[in-house]
Every structure is written in structure tokens, then in C-alpha cells.
Design a protein around this ligand. Structure first.
Ligand code: SAH
Length: 384
């Protein structure tokens, strides 16, 4: 049994993109599974295949193999090898062990929080392999929880469920990140519990010191914690009460609660009101959610990104620092910097780019798959 794609689908796989959409699939089995993909008689790749999904073909290997499951497990092995030195050096840390397409394991995400794993499967063809995947992860983890409650599973025709796969899964774990610690609720929380892709960027921010800092779109106060090491007062703003409760707990956990104030607000309204009140800050972090989830959202999203950045720039003192991120891959890196340039021009502020960052090493980027490069992070000093 094989999947046949048209010329356009073939061009994608020959160019080493991993995806072929349904419109470019000519024929294939009725059931989801691991299948070889052909263009006429020409073998192209082995792929996860799901005829029910618009994203029908997701390749994981470009050479033939007699044992596709073994080939997938080889990819898993490669992903783990990349992370193991870090896990050994930093066993209480939080890391992404498997980053789906980025690790040639489409539809699979595995994170570890101080040795406790969380796995998420969002490809139907992978679902039956979960026990094998868990077995391969076992030597590296104290416990493993399947957090299969992602909405994406619905699109793949998969049930939503959360269940332990091995070990004793604690409700709550404490993760060390540089000089701070934070709590993770394995069973709830956004994503698999924390935003690990910003780890290196949060650590980068520890170098700054001053009087007043602002962490907007703060979630669990993760940036705020690092900032509170060097600032006398940090305000953490988020629209989620739940998230801020955890932010307060994290502040206490580190003895930083006298310096961190949490505030529930819509970021747009908050920034506008701060400007009206004439308040200013020495440093602002902006880490908004993906405003552009689909390509069609891009124009509106661009304006939203520009608005928060513009407003933040107006609140910063000269000599102040803006650290700003976008996690939407539709807002490409060139567009991200264009948006920031426009915001700076409109705010009449001159910005010196101190640091250009992105997602951590454990969220690998495949050059041929632009979708894998999604996080942009830039730090500027306001010089005029
Ligand atoms: N900086 C965090 C991750 C931020 S995720 C970290 O490093 O862990 C984005 C956050 O923005 C979420 O917590 C979400 O609740 C919040 N959010 C979304 N829309 C918002 C809005 N309009 N105003 C304020 N917060 C918002």
C-alpha cells in the first residue's frame, strides 16, 4: 500500500518539506498509518498519513526502509541524544525532548519537567505507536503523562484524554531555570505546562538591572521572576487569573514576592492606561500569544503586534530596554523586524538592537520547513 502524490506534492517532498496537503494527494489507503509516498514509480519518502486530515502527508524519512516503525524510533533516538547532555547537566530543568516536525517526528511533542515527562500526540498514525514511544522514553524519565487534550486532536479524529503512561505522575513539579524556580501543573496549564521555547531568552534577561520592569503577557510570571533578580519592582500583567495565581506562587517560591506585583488586565487596555497615567518603566518584556494563527489573520495580527510594541515604546525611558517576541510563524522574521521598525518610527524612538534571539536549541528549526521557525525574540535599548 502506498500514497501517490501529484507533481506539486512531489516537488514539496523533493525540496525536503515534510508536508503534502490533501489537494496534492492522488490516491492512498483508506486508513491512517505509516506509508511510503510515491510520484508515479519514484519513491519520495516515508510519511505519517491520514486521509481524514487536510494535512494528509507528514514525512519523517527520505530513504527507503523495511521497518518504518524502527525508522521513527531512530528519529526519536536522535532527538533524545541531542538533549541528553543538557538533561544530565541540568536534571531539575525543563526541556523539550521531542519537537514534532523539528525532530522529524511529526505530531509528537515530549517535554520534561525535572525528569517528569509529558507527551502529546496529534497525528492519528502515531497513536497506536504510543506504547513503543513511551518504552523508548522510559530510561530517561521518572514518569510520563499523556496530555492528549489538545484541540488539534479533534481535527485528526482522535479522542481527548489525559492519562499516566508510567511512573508516579505528580500533580505539581518544581523546575529550576537558571537562578529561579517555577512550578508546573502537569495536568493543566497551557501547552504541556510551561513555555519552554523562551527558556534561553528568559535567562538572557537576567543581565539587566534597574528600578521598574514590566512583564506583559506574563503567564506564570516566568520573565518576571528573572527580572526580579535585578529590578526593585516588577509588574506582571496577564488576562488569565489562573496564570497569575501561579505567578504569585512562583514569586513566593523564590522569595521574590515583595518585588513582583501581578495585575489582571487586557494588555492593550493596560498599556494605553499606563500612558495616560504618565507612568514609565526601565524595561518591558512583551511575549504575546500567536495573534496570527492562520495566514488570513496576518494583516490584523501585524497591526496588533505593532500596537503593543508602539505602546510599550512610549512607556520606556531613554536608556530603557524593550524585549519583544512573536511566536507566530506567519509573522516571518523579516516582517517581525519591519513591524518593530514601523512601531519605533511611529513612537519617535531610536532603537539599538542588542540581541536577536529565537527558540531554544530543543525546538529545532528545519531550514526547508519554514513553519518550524516560529519564535522571534529581540532586545533593544532605547537610545533616543
Ligand atoms: N511569557 C510567558 C508566556 C506567555 S504566553 C512565558 O515565558 O512563560 C501568552 C500569555 O498571554 C498567556 O498567559 C495568556 O493568558 C496571555 N494573554 C493573551 N491575550 C492577552 C491579552 N489581550 N492581555 C493580556 N494577556 C493576554
Amino acid at each position: 500500500m502506498r500514497v501517490l502524490v501529484n507533481e506539486r506534492g512531489a516537488a514539496r517532498l523533493l525540496g525536503r518539506h515534510l508536508w503534502v496537503f490533501r489537494r496534492d494527494v492522488l490516491s492512498g489507503p483508506e486508513e491512517a498509518g505509516l506509508f511510503p509516498v510515491y510520484w508515479g514509480k519514484r519513491f519520495l519518502a516515508w510519511a505519517l498519513y491520514n486521509p481524514q486530515s487536510d494535512l494528509t502527508v507528514r514525512a519523517f524519512r527520505f530513504r527507503p526502509t523495511a521497518d518504518p516503525v524502527e525508522a521513527l524510533l531512530e528519529n526519536l533516538d536522535r532527538a533524545l541524544k541531542k538533549r541528553l547532555p543538557h538533561l544530565e547537566a541540568d536534571p531539575e530543568g525543563g526541556y523539550r525532548l521531542v519537537h514534532a516536525e523539528g525532530d522529524l517526528l511529526p505530531g509528537l511533542v515530549v517535554d520534561t519537567y525535572a525528569g517528569h515527562g509529558v507527551v502529546q500526540v496529534t497525528a492519528r498514525a502515531l497513536e497506536p505507536l504510543l506504547p513503543r514511544i513511551a518504552q523508548a522514553l522510559r530510561p530517561h524519565l521518572k514518569s510520563l503523562l499523556a496530555r492528549n487534550d489538545a484541540r488539534l486532536r479533534g481535527l485528526e479524529g482522535l479522542p481527548l484524554e489525559v492519562r499516566p503512561l508510567f511512573g508516579r505522575v505528580p500533580e505539581h513539579v518544581v523546575v529550576q531555570e537558571g537562578r529561579v524556580r517555577y512550578g508546573v501543573d502537569l495536568y493543566a496549564g497551557q501547552k504541556t505546562g510551561a513555555f519552554l521555547d523562551q527558556r534561553e531568552n528568559r535567562l538572557y534577561m537576567e543581565r539587566f538591572t534597574g528600578e521598574r520592569a514590566l512583564d506583559v503577557f506574563s503567564y506564570h510570571g516566568s520573565f518576571a521572576l528573572h527580572l526580579a533578580l535585578g529590578f526593585k519592582e516588577v509588574v506582571a500583567v496577564d488576562s488569565s487569573e489562573e496564570a497569575l495565581k501561579q505567578a504569585q506562587e512562583n514569586a513566593r517560591l523564590n522569595g521574590l514576592h515583595p518585588r513582583i506585583r501581578t495585575l489582571r488586565a487586557n494588555a492593550f487596555d493596560f498599556l494605553r492606561e499606563e500612558e495616560k497615567a504618565g507612568n514609565s518603566y526601565d524595561l518591558i518584556v512583551l511575549d504575546p500569544p500567536a495573534f496570527a494563527k492562520k495566514k488570513g489573520d496576518l494583516e490584523r495580527a501585524y497591526r496588533a503586534y505593532k500596537e503593543v510594541n508602539l505602546r510599550a515604546l512610549k512607556l520606556l525611558k531613554t536608556g530603557g530596554i524593550l524585549a519583544t517576541a512573536s511566536c507566530s510563524h506567519h509573522l516571518t522574521e523579516p516582517l517581525f523586524y519591519q513591524m518593530l521598525q514601523e512601531a519605533a518610527q511611529d513612537a519617535h524612538r531610536l532603537l539599538d538592537l542588542l540581541h536577536r534571539g529565537g527558540q531554544g536549541f530543543d525546538h529545532p528549526v528545519l531550514l526547508n520547513v519554514p513553519e518550524t521557525q516560529y519564535l522571534k525574540f529581540a532586545v533593544f535599548e532605547i537610545v533616543g
